[in-house]
Design a binder for this molecule. Structure first.
Ligand SMILES: Cc1cc2nc3c(=O)[nH]c(=O)nc-3n(C[C@H](O)[C@H](O)[C@H](O)COP(=O)(O)O)c2cc1C
Length: 339
């Protein structure tokens, strides 16, 4: 029987020279490695993610009737088994040395998460094929994939939205934090920041729920709420787009306070375990995205690696909920954590 540890051993071989598959993926060994798997420049915007989550404590309370925790969540009008999902990761050739194809990657995350009862977000890039690769998998997953498009010109974004609708996706995202990616400009594929008005245009152009990714302040989150977005991803793109961004999880409580229940809040950056997922939810997030560990699992064992990682983190979350007396996700509140 294949175990998650077997997947890591295999990933270490497949990714040799690209990613060290460290015991904890914390951004230290790969500082500045972009293209690659690291954080930008000093790498601090990545390492701070682990530092923050490591500093949050969870209060144990086991005096309660025994239960099997319900880890299920409703999102995009559907029900999923766990509140954490594979984050969009694009550029297998550029970032992972082409050890697997873009198609093999999307297949691994789309099928593996689906087998585990969750879903994957997929990426976009300068090479047209990165986005196009996703479309058949959206159909295969009966829409349970969130494609994430780059902040291209409005015209190109609208064209992408039409393709996403035709593929039957349950929603879509845009990594608006890619606005300054110089490599896209150099490749003749410029990207832009988006005004609140431009976000509204995209919301109004489709019935699909829209979730901008890369929202890091209460003010920006409020602009998304006013534009009619379904949700936001509080994210610093894994520390890859701006030096010295704070840990996204550290911003969630203030953002939740500002927007109330008007937006679904996803958060990512350094989330590695079920306990980390619990902490993010306690801070006010509805759900969580996980990036590099899914890329490692997919390189180590394809869809099976992705399924095993999901089940491992799911079991850790379930155990943490039992140990804190939270029988459902709604019961996970700030009172369950401290520093
Ligand atoms: C190699 C690599 C490629 C990525 N590509 C994309 C992408 O195409 N679109 C996107 O929205 N985010 C992309 N991201 C960011 C992730 O979606 C996510 O925000 C980040 O990896 C979360 O942090 P974590 O890896 O520490 O979990 C990428 C991240 C990495 C490491």
């Amino acid at each position: 029987m294949t175990t998650y540890n077997d997947i890591l051993t295999s990933a270490k071989q497949t990714l040799e020279g690209v990613c060290r598959v460290c015991p904890v993926c914390d951004g230290k060994a790969c500082r500045g490695q972009i293209p690659g798997v690291g954080g930008k420049g000093s790498g601090r915007a990545f390492t701070v993610c682990r530092d923050f989550l490591d500093g949050v404590r969870i209060h144990m309370d086991v005096i309660h009737p025994h239960f099997e925790a319900d880890t299920g969540i409703g999102l995009f009008g559907r029900r999923f088994r766990y509140p954490f999902f594979a984050a969009p990761i694009g550029g297998m050739k550029l970032n992972f040395g082409g050890r697997i194809t873009e198609e093999a990657y999307v297949r691994a995350v789309a099928e593996g998460t689906r087998q585990a009862g969750t879903f994957a977000w997929t990426g976009d890039g300068p090479d047209e094929s990165i986005f196009q690769t996703t479309l058949p998998f959206i159909r295969e997953a009966e829409g349970a994939v969130i494609p994430t498009i780059k902040p291209w010109t409005q015209e190109k974004c609208l064209a992408r939205i039409r393709e996403i609708e035709a593929a039957g996706a349950m929603g879509f995202s845009m990594d608006i934090d890619s606005a300054a990616l110089i490599n896209l400009k150099l490749m003749g594929k410029p990207v832009f920041t988006k005004s609140a008005q431009e976000l509204r245009e995209l919301v109004e152009a489709t019935d699909l729920p829209f979730v901008p990714k890369g929202v890091m302040t209460p003010a920006a989150a409020l602009r998304c709420a006013e534009a009619g977005c379904y949700g936001i991803v509080v994210s610093s793109h894994g520390g890859r787009v701006m030096e010295d961004a704070p840990a996204p999880a550290s911003q969630v409580a203030a953002i939740r306070k500002a927007v109330g229940a008007s937006l679904k809040i996803f958060v990512d950056g350094g989330v590695r375990t079920g306990a980390d997922v619990f902490k993010c939810l306690a801070l006010g997030a509805d759900a969580v995205l996980i990036g590099r560990p899914y890329a490692i699992a997919a390189h180590g064992g394809g869809a099976e690696g992705v399924r095993l990682l999901t089940e491992k983190i799911g079991a850790e979350l379930s155990e943490t909920m039992l140990m804190t007396g939270c029988s459902s996700l709604e019961e996970i509140t700030i009172e369950h954590t401290g520093t």
